[in-house]
Design a protein. Structure first.
Length: 122
């Protein structure tokens, strides 16, 4: 399964407003089933659409916020590679400040726990 970017303010706002919430130890994930409604997206293709949201309240340094985003997205990517029965989902990752200092294995454990909580395609 491939990871695609969740692009556009309106698309991200829909996931933020209407998405289901999953809270992990190092990140919060809002998710909606299905593909985003955009003309360039093929709704038949199986993919995870991933966006990130990290406000300046998290840390004043943009470098640290971007590192948190990248670590969470990479942990999700590695976790998805090991799975085959995932459905098309839109995800909005919100890292917590602990995601910067924790071990990468803890981020992987958070992502694995999230992926087991979403229903598989059937």
């Amino acid at each position: 399964m491939q990871l695609s970017r969740l692009r556009g303010r309106k698309v991200n706002d829909v996931v933020q407003r209407k998405g289901n919430v999953w809270r992990g130890k190092h990140m919060t994930i809002r998710w909606l089933p299905g593909a985003p409604r955009r003309p360039d997206v093929d709704p038949v293709t199986m993919a995870l659409y991933v966006g990130t949201a990290a406000s300046a309240k998290l840390d004043k340094s943009a470098v640290k916020r971007n590192r948190m985003r990248r670590r969470c997205r990479e942990a999700l990517r590695v976790s998805v590679l090991a799975r085959s029965n995932l459905t098309t989902v839109q995800l909005l990752l919100s890292p917590r400040s602990s995601s910067l200092d924790c071990a990468f294995e803890e981020l992987l454990a958070d992502c694995e726990l999230f992926l087991t909580s979403i229903p598989p395609h059937g």
